[in-house]
Design a protein around this ligand. Structure first.
Ligand SMILES: [Zn+2]
Length: 181
């Protein structure tokens, strides 16, 4: 996994980009939960389910289907509270799906069962720059510090950078004389 501290970078950046009119900031909390939820599968180790099993770590909870179900459940929960259902669903779906996609960029562990239950094959991207986070912590060890540095560089910096560029472009467009015609 990328560490649980870094997965929320995506929903936070997306929330900033969408802005409060499309998605109130209170939903950033749900987006953050959605981005971390796939790693609930580390509990599988406690029940003796091996890493490589379909419901082991990086298995079914790291699939596109899981992201869609989670986003749908959270959207139904908020159905009466926020009328832009499709925006909320897509925001939560992308937040949840960003988790396995980021894990596919990590340089260790087993691959990701992105297509579960259609396939139990585990996938990685061909390019994997993010140092894998040790399961069970050990954050202040040498490898833990390497993980933090790697995630700052490959997750937080691009997320903050993209959100900042997006906001700057929106401000520029809003100031443009053509924006009101
Ligand atoms: Zn994960």
């Amino acid at each position: 996994m990328a560490s649980l501290f870094s997965h929320p970078a995506v929903p936070l950046a997306l929330g900033v980009m969408l802005g409060g009119k499309r998605l109130p900031a209170r939903y950033w909390v749900l987006g953050t939960i959605a981005s971390m939820a796939p790693d609930i599968d580390v509990l599988a180790f406690r029940f003796g389910i091996p890493y490589e099993a379909p419901l082991g770590h990086r298995g079914g909870t790291h699939s596109i289907l899981f992201a869609a179900i989670l986003a749908a459940l959270f959207t139904f929960r908020e159905w009466r509270h926020w009328p832009q259902h499709s925006v909320l669903f897509l925001y939560l779906f992308v937040s949840a799906l960003s988790h396995p996609l980021l894990d596919m960029l990590t340089d260790g562990g087993l691959g990701i069962a992105l297509l579960y239950p259609l396939s139990t094959e585990r996938f990685f991207f061909p390019w994997r720059p993010i140092a894998v986070s040790p399961i069970g912590g050990a954050f202040f060890s040498q490898s833990g510090l390497e993980v933090i540095g790697s995630e700052l560089k490959w997750i937080w910096l691009p997320s903050v950078g993209i959100a900042a560029i997006w906001l700057a472009m929106q401000r520029l467009l809003a100031r443009s004389p053509h924006a009101r015609s």
